[in-house]
Design a binder for this molecule. Structure first.
Ligand code: SF4
Length: 418
């Protein structure tokens, strides 16, 4: 699962898609201490790719130190930016070796910029054309503009354009934050225009990638073949990302940022456990609600090739939320007999510990390995905790999360035999 670090919330553009200004305080900047924590956490998780975003991340006063920290630790870095960085940042980016840096550029149509902003943008893009540039557009209306993206991509020798749809972002109160989104019921109405855009891009030597919110049935077979023949790809699986906020709060995918109770990076062992925590919950929702009645019998859905678009379009209009906030924790199962199914194996070698089944292989810490081993031997959470000789109150949060994750992944099961 991809993950992003939101380094700041402020921006030098007033963009209708911007979430950070709405969700975070306009004064939020990640500290170098928190960057150091993230670096250690990602290294411990054996992750060496990092994506930095904002607001506009180049407005973070220490963005160069942040990038240098990740560079010095051997990370591959990508930056999500609007391209309007200042002279100091421009010179810094110009010093990068060729093709070292991924920059994902979210650009709006030229008519939305002032002449000065356009001049800065053109100048900046010229200076990073030897890096790996990916342009990005969000479709928010039927006659969406795309010529300007093709022009910028051609002028900078960019090889990819990512396209997607604008999604709703809601608060838990069901108050919608961004009013500008494109309803999933209208996706078919733009299919001709999307195919036209893909063909023009291919003619210019540019590949296109439809992001995971695209639904398979918005294209008929003829259109689908044309997309393939023109170097177009799209992914109809709603696969979210994990975003780490400046205060180390972690969220699953921005459109659903308020769905979960607040979680923080330091409550998790590593990225595998964090992914497992979110994925297990989202999987449950994916299965329950689909956008059209045809979806339930749809071959693409049955083959798990289409998730029916971004969950954000339907999740907040359902009653699922109440059901969703389940209360699986230590206090609920401490008196129960629990066991680890026979197809789940705990494996430890000189360097790492794993929990492995037919469906997954997850890196776990030595602490979790010991804990699960004790559970397997005693069939009891309480006995495992007492044998570990730990202060439960210190580990309460981790243990609750661990139990919930393990249940979701069927690493632990409860024997309802009383
Ligand atoms: S699962 Fe639903 S949205 Fe996806 S292709 Fe099938 S009918 Fe369309």
């Amino acid at each position: 699962m991809p993950y992003n670090i939101v380094v700041n919330s402020n921006c030098n553009l007033s963009c209708k898609y911007c979430f950070a200004k709405e969700i975070l305080s306009n004064k939020d900047f990640i500290s170098l201490d928190n960057i150091n924590y993230i670096v250690a956490f990602l290294k411990n998780s054996e992750k060496k790719v990092v994506s930095l975003m904002g607001g506009e991340p180049t407005l973070h006063p220490q963005i160069i130190s942040i990038i240098e920290k990740f560079r010095s630790e051997g990370f591959t870095i990508s930056l999500k930016s609007n391209g309007l960085w200042d002279v100091k940042i421009k010179e810094y980016f110009s010093s990068f070796p060729e093709n070292e840096f991924f920059i994902l550029l979210n650009l709006n149509p030229p008519s939305t910029y002032t002449p000065k902003e356009l001049e800065t943008l053109n100048n900046n893009l010229h200076h990073v054309r030897n890096q790996k540039l990916v342009f990005s557009i969000n479709i928010d209306k039927t006659n969406f503009e795309y010529d300007y993206i093709l022009k910028y991509a051609t002028e900078t020798n960019a090889k990819y354009i990512r396209w997607s749809f604008a999604h709703p972002i809601f608060e838990k109160t069901k108050k919608q934050i961004n009013q500008t989104y494109f309803p999933i019921t209208q996706y078919k109405s733009v299919s001709d225009r999307v195919v036209e855009f893909i063909k023009k891009a291919n003619h210019l030597g540019i590949m296109t990638l439809g992001d995971h919110s695209v639904i398979r049935c918005m294209f008929n077979e003829k259109q689908y073949q044309e997309i393939l023949e023109n170097n177009g790809e799209f992914n109809s699986k709603c696969e979210g990302s994990i975003d780490i906020f400046p205060d180390l709060q972690v969220i699953y995918c921005l459109p659903m940022y308020s769905l979960f109770e607040k979680q923080y990076l330091n409550e998790f062992e590593n990225m595998d456990m964090l992914e497992m925590f979110f994925e297990s919950r989202v999987n449950m929702l994916r299965k329950k609600e689909l956008p059209f009645k045809e979806c339930y019998e749809c071959e693409y859905h049955l083959r798990k090739e289409c998730h029916g678009g971004c969950l954000s379009h339907r999740i907040f209009s359902t009653e699922l939320l109440d059901e969703f906030h389940m209360n699986w924790n230590y206090s609920n199962i401490k008196d129960k007999t629990i066991f680890i199914p026979s197809n789940v194996n705990l494996v430890q070698n000189n360097e790492q510990s794993f929990v492995i089944s037919d469906d997954f292989k997850i890196v776990i810490s030595n602490f979790v390995f010991d804990f699960l081993t004790k559970i397997r031997d005693t069939n009891s959470i309480d006995k495992a905790i007492s044998e570990m000789d730990i202060d439960f109150n210190l580990y309460k949060c981790e243990i609750n999360k661990l139990i919930e994750n393990c249940q979701n992944y069927k690493i632990l099961e409860i024997a309802y035999d009383e």
